[in-house]
Design a protein around this ligand. Structure first.
Ligand SMILES: [Zn+2]
Length: 361
């Protein structure tokens, strides 16, 4: 999709990937996700060596898994956020824009992080301003509202650094209607017409000592209803379209039509219902990771997008570099998706909708 020759043959498109990460080892707690993994981080090549050994003993499946883990670790071990971005840019046409979402994992009980949020924001701001990436990197702020100075740091990122929205990760252990967000952060976003994106899948990082059930309570789509009620003008994107597990359950097990409780409990269905009901006109979702991971979901996505209201509220995103753990490359999945959806629908979710969500039109 990326070189000049292809560009000459294909219609001019400006993709906006609404969900990517460039944070590195310096932003990941020392003991995450498990103290044992620390040794992998400390000994370069260990994962590689293990994958070679697995192959030697005929464990090809495990070898592949370790190879992918190695690619993932390589990405996280990049010396800078720009180095991650370089890798990502290989997979897309030249003018593609990337919404970059930072993470503040300093307060989730998995040990210290080497670089504080202010510096992570600062590095991202410098990247977004650099002549090489200006106009292509759309920086978002993040915060953990439980930490001191959270609202002040968001204000700094937005007012002083020109950041274009906010990323939240309730699975760390806070509700989307946390008082700091409700009183200080969302009003700032609304005043400036900026969107918020929030992790919405059952997988992902969880605060230490937090049960899955509690983490799900904070993360489920309905947890955002009090926020949307209080700030009807706030554009909210629930990322990952409910997540892989709920898509898989929907596809493989299905659910009883008309069973309202079952529909509310499946996050993919819940998000579709919330959007198509018209009750939440500023609710959005992105297809990051979920659709990148499982080819078999794409026909369902295409069918869901027959609904006009839904097709207006779905955003293209990938979740790079989380996708490095998967077997297909970012480029391979992106082109498959484009062909499967058709140019018209792909353009809608990858080119037109992002501009509306970002507040550009
Ligand atoms: Zn993500």
């Amino acid at each position: 999709m990326g070189d000049a020759r292809e560009g000459a043959q294909m219609p001019d498109i400006r993709i906006t990937n609404c969900h990517v990460h460039t944070f590195t080892d310096r932003h990941i707690p020392r003991f995450y996700p498990h103290p044992v993994l620390w040794v992998f981080k400390r000994v370069p090549g260990l994962v590689r060596a293990l994958s070679f050994l697995m192959r030697l003993f005929g464990q090809h499946g495990l070898g592949d898994t370790l190879d992918r883990l190695h690619r993932f670790r390589q990405e996280a071990g990049a010396p800078s956020q720009e180095a991650v971005l370089e890798q990502l840019a290989h997979h897309y046409p030249a003018r593609t824009r990337f919404v970059v979402l930072p993470m503040d994992m300093s307060g989730i009980g998995h040990g210290p992080v080497a670089q504080c949020l202010r510096d992570q924001h600062g590095e991202l701001a410098a990247l977004a301003r650099s002549s090489r990436w200006a106009g292509r990197v759309i920086p978002f702020a993040t915060c953990d509202p439980r930490l001191p100075g959270a609202a002040g740091e968001v204000r700094h990122a937005i007012e002083d650094l020109g950041f274009r929205g906010l990323k939240l990760y309730p699975r760390f252990g806070f509700a989307p209607d946390h008082p700091v967000l409700m009183d200080h952060v969302y009003p700032l976003l609304v005043a400036r017409g900026l969107p918020v994106i929030s992790h919405c899948s059952r997988g992902g990082v969880r605060g230490a000592g937090l049960s899955d059930a509690i983490a799900d309570e904070y993360t489920r789509p309905q947890a955002f209803e009090p926020v949307m009620r209080a700030f009807p003008d706030l554009r909210v994107c629930l990322a990952h379209f409910g997540g892989y597990r709920d898509w898989q359950a929907y596809v493989n097990e299905g659910l009883m039509p008309g069973d309202a409780r079952a529909e509310a409990a499946n996050w993919q269905v819940a998000i579709r219902r919330m959007i198509t009901s018209g009750d939440w006109p500023n609710l959005w979702t992105d297809i990051s990771y979920t659709l990148f991971r499982f080819d078999e979901f794409v026909p369902f996505l295409r069918m869901f997008l027959e609904d006009d209201r839904l097709a207006d509220r779905v955003l293209f995103g990938s979740d790079f570099y989380m996708t490095r753990q998967e077997s297909l490359s970012e480029r391979a999945v992106c082109v498959r998706l484009r062909v499967a959806l058709g140019e018209r629908l792909f353009r809608r979710i990858a080119e037109e909708n992002p501009c509306v969500w970002l507040g550009e039109v």
